[in-house]
Write a protein that binds this ligand. Sequence first.
Ligand code: NAD
Length: 511
Amino acid sequence: MLKSNSLWATFSHKYYSTSSSPLALNYLNGKRVEKISSSNLSNRVLLNPATGKEIGGFFDSSKECVDRAVENAKEAFSAWKNLSSFERGKLLRRAADLIREDCAALAKTEVEDTGKPIWEARLDILGCAEAIEFLGGVVPSVKGDHFALDNGNFAYTIREPIGVVGAIGAWNYPFQMASWKAAPALACGNTVVFKPAQNTPRTAVMLAEIFTKAGIPSGVFNVVQGAAETGSLLTSHPDVKKVSFTGSVEVGSKVMSTCAASIKHVTLELGGKSPILIFPDAEIDDAVTGAMLGNWMTQGQVCSNGTRVYVHRSILNSFVEKLVKRTKAMKIGNPMEEDTRVGAMISQEHAERVLEYIQLAHKEGATFEYGGERVTPSDPLLQDGYYLSPCILTNCNDSMRVVKEEIFGAVMCILPFDEEEEVIRRANATHFGLAAGVFTKDLKRAHRVVSALESGTCYINNYNIYPVELPFGGYKQSGIGRECGELCLQYYSQSKSVYVEMGSPTVDAPF
Ligand code: NAD
């Protein structure tokens, strides 16, 4: 079924091949470092999800390494924050240009690490260049306020950086996590220690190299590799003043507790189980496209996915028929091929977890309209990869676990509804609140429903679109804080109020 592609045989590219060792994936003080002492934690093997084959390895960072990275960031802070925001913005915009120049190498590495289709990776990388360019462009306009007070006294506010930011990413959009956290943090004058997810370590280091090439000083952006232990070394570090975390609600809650101990600022981008509401007057082909955009990107491993698709009973059959036909036509397989629409799941462990949910759906009485099976491509190179066919379930109800819990795979639950009020109540009956979609031609209904939905991002007649101008983040347990948009700069800076007394020589006081 799939054509052979020898690209998988190698993991070399211009960045990787220039490093002294494939283990040199930490980035400290402007260069790659393999390990700084023998006290590093375990030696980790990196697997390509598309082939199941080893493509490299690295060390989890020890306490000594995390301490060194935070120390670098602390030392670089004063000079970096004292640059004008215009100067910092210029360097970020230069980095955005370099990302565009290196898009092919970045996208290829992202595919090798994640298993997502190459065209998706390319779009992600170009979107990151835009986010960095946008925030580098708007940051010089961030300003304080002036307050005229009595007797010629006045006050003003200044926005200042917070300090060293400890940033931690998930594995589904590795370059985006690093970029979306680095861009606002650096734009505001903070310095960063970034820890990528352990399955997708490489493109964050490539971003660090690009920052250095763009002229951003050593120590401003550092990368430490590792898993939970390294992450908690970072979040508990006394010199880290803000933590920006993307991942599951479960780990996000732990991160927030750790931050509470020393009252660190915190941004949390967490999970979701978002609803898409399709009303009877919707343009049905657009609604099908929206449901596919909201479920099939990156093999369904997308936090904002609209996995609970509420379809008005009167259009249910035609919606399902069109959806199944278009989903069946998607090519599953080699993510390096341009016409592939479904690549590989991140790992065997995660693919098995999704398959367990699919078995549960069977037990819970869902009807399988399509997919939900392990796929073995005919290409021998891909036979150990982790491929699943996207799964469409009908005959679902709101009390099923597959409808309530985040699966983080391509499993779409279709749920019929009758009334607007009913579907709003059902859509909101979850502790998540990341995103939601509404498909209707009725303008008043669209805005009325959106205003009632408890979600940080709502889409009308589209889904999973991320313009960089728009803040992104969750309501309820889906998160705290925002990424992207001018608004995100507020979460990476703090406000200083300055009162100016002009009443000299007499300062008024009751004693
Ligand atoms: P995860 O929570 O298991 O891990 C996320 C990161 O946290 C990884 O880098 C991991 O090494 C690190 N980590 C684990 N334990 C830690 C600890 N105790 N202290 C500090 N760091 C620790 O999540 P995942 O499996 O990598 O990603 C999937 C989850 O991420 C899903 O729930 C998904 O919805 C969510 N996600 C959210 C967004 C968003 O923007 N809201 C984006 C992508 C993914």
